[in-house]
Design a binder for this molecule. Structure first.
Ligand SMILES: *[C@@H]1O[C@H](CO)[C@@H](O)[C@H](O)[C@H]1NC(C)=O
Ligand SMILES: *[C@@H]1O[C@H](CO)[C@@H](O)[C@H](O)[C@H]1NC(C)=O
Ligand SMILES: *[C@@H]1O[C@H](CO)[C@@H](O)[C@H](O)[C@H]1NC(C)=O
Ligand SMILES: *[C@@H]1O[C@H](CO)[C@@H](O)[C@H](O)[C@H]1NC(C)=O
Ligand SMILES: CC(=O)N[C@H]1CO[C@H](CO)[C@@H](O)[C@@H]1O
Length: 625
């Protein structure tokens, strides 16, 4: 299956930070040059906030063992500056510690500083508060913004404000005199001395900033698998064609904890990478690439200093020969005609071992607000992102409807820009609908039952992540756009009637997923009532051993889960792939989030499907094949 590649333009500036010795990094037309030596470099992306700090050393060491020279990461601005001037580099956000760990293991760091990063990350890494700066237009030659990189895909949309902006970004970067080269990913008009993957000038090397080891996955779709043979073939071909730098995106993906995933992106990130979501070695991908790296490194002097000759061997075959002198050469033989050869490296597979079924559940049903309960009122439907300000995925739209008829049936019609809607009439769920990653917009059309008299209609619009890309991202809208009720033959347009708003659910606003917050509401014994907006709570002990742990949510619906107050991410198992299975069944619980005993698990189940009695605490294990 070929899917449109939606992360093309993860465009960024790249800086190569020096090694322990404070290396000199320059480049020529062949490669990057470190301390006077041309280098073929293999790089892999690992994003520090997507893996627990306690696992960084092991991930970097497995990457080094797999033949990597460089670890690449973005810098996630909205994580580090949640409010203007308030900085946070604690825990998983400790960028300096991550870079020092790379250095301690003798590898280089490639830093994609953004500020715009895309990366399937909420708002592409831009802080939400940037929207409040008067006169701002993101990502163009706009004085209040003036912070970007990378961007050829959206450049045309900004017309004449595009190219000067690229020039400004390049001059600004070079002017900082960091002593390391800068790269603009996929920016074919990158001005000198900023390099580009192309390359777009003979004195710049061919470097490949993003070659996908698979693809990020979205809810409702299957994972995209890319075979080790296919990746290795294209990497070898790239090197044969004078390439000297390859970055694997991702070498290890990790987990989108909390609400950081962008629209419809699943919580597990690039699980199919050479190191899987849990940091375990994925064979034969990891091993096959390791062998390729070793083979290329073995002849890197011939490749970097030799003279290239290309021979056609007829019938889809060719040879790329790098001759150093009459006795030394290295050659790549390319055969596009034949079948894939099986890789010889060790194979293995991962299985999830069924663990303890959790019990001792208590429940709390969240409050469905009515128009009277809300403080924010408006005579029109408000846009969701602007109104909820990223404080929550949830925004309630409430109105009162005076029905004067003994005929109780009416047709409720709601058009939404995305992403999910649950409609309640007089406190009872009257219908749900959702969009998709490809098309977030949808219409809910349901027959509802009305009382003769006042009816409370409460529409819960749910966002499954902010956008992470596109031109004019700051103006993209979500939430309800039009609402109507058809009563007998009469169509009532309610779009501009009086609406009352509440951002966030009661349980969220009270933080009942924390130790402290959980006592602020009355929890009841679990009753199997399966109501929408149910909160479930229990405590559990950490499983013995050191295998990675994941909660099996296979029979649940949609929501979010917290362990000891930390969100392990959104889950959505009721949105099946075309093959009829959840896009993600297991949700990673890092061991570092756990105490030996008495861990608090709180789950918000939005749809009220399934039952917490089906949830087990499983472990991941690797078996050799
Ligand atoms: C590789 O570089 C050499 C020297 O610059 C050049 O002659 C040759 O055409 C390049 N090969 C490819 C495939 O671009
Ligand atoms: C590796 O093992 C898996 C699981 O048994 C199998 O599906 C796959 O074809 C094997 N791959 C190779 C290259 O042997
Ligand atoms: C509608 O909401 C009002 C105010 O909260 C409440 O008093 C009334 O009982 C509700 N009506 C129905 C039918 O639920
Ligand atoms: C609702 O009000 C807005 C702004 O006043 C107006 O542009 C829009 O046409 C109105 N929509 C309907 C359905 O009346
Ligand atoms: C970003 C990029 O250039 N990705 C390439 C990685 O390899 C596959 C397979 O050849 C290409 O299709 C992608 O374009």
């Amino acid at each position: 299956m070929v899917r449109p590649l939606l992360c093309w333009f993860v465009l960024v500036a790249v800086v190569f930070s020096g090694s322990a010795r404070g290396s000199q990094v320059t480049y020529d037309g062949r490669s990057l040059i470190i301390d006077g030596q041309r280098k073929i470099l293999f790089s892999g992306s690992i994003h520090y906030p997507r893996s627990p700090l306690e696992t960084w050393a092991s991930l970097i060491s497995k990457a080094k063992d797999g033949g990597l020279d460089v670890i690449q990461t973005y810098v996630f601005w909205n994580l580090h500056e949640p409010q203007p001037g308030q900085y946070d580099f604690s825990g998983r956000k400790d960028l300096v510690k991550f870079i020092k760990e790379i250095q301690a293991q003798g590898l280089y760091a490639s830093l994609r500083i953004g500020p715009f990063i895309e990366s399937e990350w909420s708002y592409g890494g831009l802080p939400f508060w940037l929207r409040d700066i008067p006169g701002i237009t993101f990502r163009c030659d706009n004085e209040p913004f003036k912070i970007e990189n990378e961007y050829s895909m959206v450049e045309a949309a900004f017309k004449e404000r595009g190219p000067p902006y690229v020039k400004w970004a390049a001059e600004m970067a070079a002017g900082l005199q960091t002593g390391v080269p800068w790269v603009m990913c996929k920016q074919d008009d990158a001005p000198d001395p900023v390099t580009f993957v192309g390359p777009n000038s003979p004195n710049k090397p061919s470097i490949w900033t993003e070659n996908w080891t698979s693809q990020y996955q979205v809810y409702g779709e299957e994972p995209l698998l890319r075979s080790p043979e296919d990746i290795a073939f294209h990497v070898a071909l790239w090197i044969a064609r004078n390439g000297s730098f390859v970055n694997y995106y991702m070498y290890h993906g990790g987990t989108n904890f909390g609400r950081v995933a962008s629209a419809f992106v699943i919580t597990s990130y690039y699980d199919q990478a050479p190191l899987d979501e849990y940091g375990m070695i994925r064979q034969p991908k990891w091993g096959h690439l390791k062998e390729l790296h070793a083979a290329i490194k073995h002849c890197s002097i011939n490749l970097l200093r030799g003279q290239q000759t290309i021979y056609s061997l007829g019938d889809k075959r060719e040879a790329y020969v790098f001759r150093l002198n009459s006795r030394k050469c290295a050659a790549f033989l390319v055969n596009r005609g034949g079948k894939d050869t099986e890789v010889s490296t060790q194979n293995s597979s991962r299985s999830m071992i069924r663990g303890k079924i959790l019990d001792g559940w208590e429940e709390f049903i969240d409050h469905i607000p009515n128009y009277e309960d809300t403080t924010l009122k408006s005579n029109t439907l408000l846009e969701q992102i602007t109104t909820a300000r990223d404080s929550s995925d949830y925004l309630w739209y409430n109105f009162r409807y005076q029905h004067q008829s003994s005929n109780t049936k009416a047709l409720l019609k709601v058009y939404s820009l995305g992403h999910v809607l649950h409609a309640f009439v007089n406190g009872v769920l009257a219908g749900s609908a959702h969009g998709t990653h490809q098309n977030p917009r949808f219409t809910l059309e349901n027959t509802v039952s009305l009382n003769n008299g006042i009816n409370n209609i409460s529409l819960l619009s749910v966002m499954v992540g902010l956008p992470d890309s596109g031109a004019f991202m700051e103006t993209k809208g979500l939430g309800l756009r039009s609402v109507s009720l058809q009563v007998q033959q009469k169509q009532l347009i309610l779009t501009n009637s009086s609406w009352g708003y509440q951002a966030g659910l009661l349980g969220e606003n009270l933080q009942i997923y924390t130790d402290q917050g959980s006592s602020k509401v009355q929890w009841n014994k679990f009753s199997s009532s399966r109501q929408p907006l149910s909160w479930y709570k229990t405590v559990f002990d950490a499983p013995a051993g050191d295998e990675p742990i994941a909660l099996n949510f296979g029979l649940m619906g949609k929501g979010e889960a917290w362990v000891n107050g930390e969100s392990i991410g959104r889950y959505w198992v009721s949105f099946h792939t075309p093959n009829g299975i959840p896009s993600q069944t297991w949700y990673h619980v890092p061991r570092s989030f756990l105490k030996p005993t008495g861990n608090l698990l709180v789950i918000l189940e939005e749809e009220g499907r399934g039952s917490p009695l089906s949830i087990s605490l499983d472990t991941a294990s690797i078996t050799r094949v």
